[in-house]
Design a protein around this ligand. Structure first.
Ligand SMILES: [Zn+2]
Length: 269
């Protein structure tokens, strides 16, 4: 997960147009989200793709050639799930810009309607005077009252994630922070598919280091070896371009580069 600055773009006007307004009023009348994905306007999809650089908000896997879900941070539907204690529906936030994130289908379905909180639950009756326009940016007030456990990449700082998000060399992600721990569990961020993908990246790095170490064994040129290692870290930095997947994981690898290099066993030595 990396921090996303949603203030970079304007609130899409399509979220408050006639079609969305009618759908919102229908939701309010029925007190549930009426089936359909009218929140998925071309404008919303385009802006979310831009903001998230076509990566999942939670797992950071690339969505370049994968289905993209428009994820409701506060769930639009209620359904009891085994992995959490929450089954509240925020049907009145189904068309709210600050409630819409971009995610992969796996994180989206793992999370489902889970939304546990530490504070006081907000319901529609607390916000019934708000128009659809007003509901486009209420997240700060909602978060203040509800104190959600799920981390929202749009509401955290880079330094919070850098300080609290941890990885190990097996590609597992963890945290001692309660909110991040909840997010990792609810979105299943250690599912096999993700761990495998992270391991491919670290294994590529280890293989590159091994190759340079072999050259060092043959030539014993320390200066050259140091330059080779510098080249490797530069290559990773260049790779972390905006569309590249798992930026947080690759940044961790750079930070731990010396340790990885030390632990890379020398062949035949
Ligand atoms: Zn994901």
């Amino acid at each position: 997960m990396i921090a996303i600055d949603k203030n970079k773009v304007e609130i899409p006007t399509s979220l408050t147009d006639k079609t969305r307004l009618e759908a919102f009023e229908e939701n309010v009348k029925k007190k549930k989200h009426i089936l359909g994905d009218k929140y998925r306007t071309n404008e919303v999809s385009k802006l979310l793709n831009e903001l998230y650089n076509k990566k999942c908000a939670y797992c950071e896997d690339t969505l370049l050639n994968a289905p993209k879900s428009i994820e409701h941070y506060r769930p639009k539907n209620s359904a009891k799930r085994k992995n959490c204690n929450s089954d509240n529906s925020y049907f009145w936030l189904a068309f709210s810009w600050d409630n819409l994130l971009l995610s992969c289908t796996s994180c989206n379905s793992s999370k489902g309607s889970c939304f546990d909180i530490n504070g006081q639950r907000v319901t529609h009756s607390d916000y019934k005077e708000y128009s659809l326009d007003d509901l486009q940016s209420t997240i700060k007030d909602l978060d203040k009252q509800e104190k959600p456990l799920l981390v929202n990449p749009e509401q955290v700082t880079k330094s919070f994630l850098r300080k609290n998000l941890d990885f190990d060399f097996n590609g597992q992600i963890s945290s001692t922070n309660k909110q991040l721990e909840y997010t990792i569990r609810i979105c299943n961020l250690n599912r096999n598919e993700l761990v495998k993908k992270r391991k491919i990246i670290i294994n590529d790095l280890i293989n590159l280091i091994k190759e340079k170490k072999m050259r060092f064994i043959n030539h014993r040129n320390t200066k050259r070896y140091k330059e080779d290692l510098m080249d490797i870290s530069k290559t990773i930095l260049n790779k972390i371009k905006k569309y590249d997947q798992f930026t947080a994981w690759q940044k961790f690898l750079i930070q731990e580069f010396k340790n990885i290099e030390k632990q890379t066993l020398l062949i035949n030595e």
